[in-house]
Design a protein around this ligand. Structure first.
Ligand code: HEC
Length: 113
């Protein structure tokens, strides 16, 4: 399975919609709103996980956008319920570590978990 992600990207990397989204300026604050509505129920308010896995800060932005749009494994794609700007905003929020500013809930000793 080591090569599967690369093959997946090769197959999907030319998707016009992924490229279009990566070209947009994301707004992390708007992304947090979309996150709360569409993602937090499975991935937790801060990406800490729940019924879905905890999420790392995306190392590969195109892969993140691809999963959000088209899904992966047990996660269905969200392409029909998020618009391009929503996904760009989600990416900005994810790159902030699924939080905004110095949220105390993100500390490793968080009292919020
Ligand atoms: C119904 C539950 C559910 C919702 C809602 C959901 N996800 Fe997921 N998500 C999952 C599950 C389960 C996986 C693991 C999929 C797999 O690989 O089997 C996943 C995987 C992912 C991954 C890939 C993680 C990795 O390490 O490969 C990302 C990124 C992600 N989700 C982002 C999002 C974002 C952003 C949203 C909101 C637009 C969202 N998810 C909404 C359940 C959900």
């Amino acid at each position: 399975m080591r090569f599967a992600p690369a093959l997946l990207l090769a197959a999907c990397g030319g998707s016009g919609r992924v490229e279009d989204i990566l070209a947009l300026d994301g707004d992390a604050a708007a992304g947090q709103t979309v996150w709360a509505a569409r993602c937090a129920s499975c991935h937790g308010s801060f990406g800490e996980g729940g019924s879905g896995p905890a999420l790392a800060v995306p190392a590969d932005e195109a892969a993140f956008v691809d999963v959000v749009l088209y899904g992966q494994g047990d996660m269905s794609g969200q392409e029909d319920v998020v618009d391009d700007q929503d996904v760009a905003d989600l990416l900005a929020f994810a790159l902030e570590g699924y939080t905004l500013g110095s949220d105390p809930c993100r500390a490793s000793t968080s009292p919020c978990r």
